[in-house]
Write a protein that binds this ligand. Structure first.
Ligand code: SF4
Length: 342
């Protein structure tokens, strides 16, 4: 079982101490006996412990930076929400195919923003612009926020903030099962709590450092019992030998565990595995022993954002994925909504 994250090292940016959350977290980490260093800016973080890239990368993934979010302009977040709301960047997990490997470059540490009220104020402006249309905010575009939230409780505050809003909705997704502190949050049904799930083979070989499937399912049941609208993202859908059986077993486990009331307002999202050439280089550097299949010649090339092409499954494979997993969803959860396949 993966234990809740505890940073190995904490960095504090000077202005973080102007905020109550910054001060509280420093006190908390001091009491936990964790080494705390000051830094003028997260860009200045150098000399992390470790003799080589491999070791430094692992230390960075368990380093937490307390900082300020300066840009309060939110990115858009299609197809799952209107905006990405930035509370945290980075993640302590070690999924080989994680999209953060390329977006975070050589700064893979976790950075949590302590000016949470300013982020809420910005969200309020976005909601006002669209009102009376609802506005959905996605809180896990640049991190797995649940993985760090038992320390900061920022997500819990956000759930309650949007719970009391008129037009706001919050969404996030996690591969971690440490949800207990979120169960009594006053969500008012305005937060969709999603779990990223995969079959046992894929979690075992490609998702070190995250909660295992039974733990995620157990957490999902708790979340449903707490009255949250629930969702599952099957991502990335990865074709390995016997993938159909692997996913079938995953659905059987889900079906055996989920109470009937949780199935009425249930969503599924399906995202196929993809990679870019820069991502492939980074994956092979950080996880040199990976079994992940990254052979461009077996894939279809597709235009991606910023002109960087990505490699997805062939058209036939995509149809097979849609049919197979779509049928499992239909068979086991006929009332659920399949939001998209991409
Ligand atoms: Fe990346 Fe999510 Fe895995 Fe974290 S849990 S390493 S964000 S894929």
């Amino acid at each position: 079982m993966v234990k809740p994250f505890v940073p190995q090292l904490v960095y504090v940016e000077p202005r973080a101490l102007e905020y109550q959350l910054g001060k509280d977290l420093v006190t908390k980490f001091e009491n936990m006996g964790i080494e705390i260093r000051e830094t003028t800016s997260h860009n200045q973080i150098r000399n992390l412990p470790g003799d080589n890239h491999f070791q430094k990368y692992r230390v960075a993934k368990s380093t937490l930076v307390l900082g300020i979010r300066k840009t309060l302009k939110f990115d858009t977040s299609k197809p799952s929400a209107e905006y990405a709301i930035p509370f945290v960047t980075g993640c302590m997990g070690h999924c080989h195919y994680c999209y953060l490997q390329t977006t975070m470059g050589n700064k893979p540490y976790i950075r949590t923003y302590v000016n949470v009220d300013e982020i809420f104020d910005s969200a309020a402006n976005y909601m006002k612009e669209r009102a009376p249309e609802p506005t959905r905010f996605e809180a896990s575009c640049t991190s797995d926020i649940v993985g760090v939230d038992h320390l900061t409780h920022t997500l819990k505050r956000a759930i309650e903030y949007f719970g009391s809003s008129e037009y706001g909705h919050l969404r996030f997704v996690t591969k971690f099962a440490h949800v207990d502190h979120l169960l009594d949050a006053k969500h008012n049904g305005r937060t969709r709590f999603r779990f990223s799930i995969n079959n046992d083979y894929i979690i075992k070989f490609f998702e070190p450092g995250t909660s295992r499937l039974p733990e995620r399912i157990e957490a999902a049941v708790k979340v449903a019992e707490a009255g949250y609208p629930l969702g599952f993202i099957i991502a990335p859908i990865y074709l390995h030998e016997n993938w159909k059986e692997g996913y079938h077993e995953m659905f059987e486990k889900l079906e055996a565990a989920l109470p009937a009331f949780a199935r009425k307002d249930l969503t599924f999202e399906m995202i196929q595995h993809r990679f870019t050439k820069p991502a492939k280089r980074v994956i092979q550097e950080n996880y040199p022993m990976t079994k992940l299949e990254l052979d461009e010649s077996k894939r279809k090339w597709k235009w991606g954002r910023y002109g960087i092409g990505k490699y997805v499954y062939t058209n036939e494979e995509q149809e097979d994925i849609k049919d197979t997993l779509g049928n499992y969803i239909h068979e086991y959860f006929p009332e659920a909504k399949l939001e998209y396949f991409t």
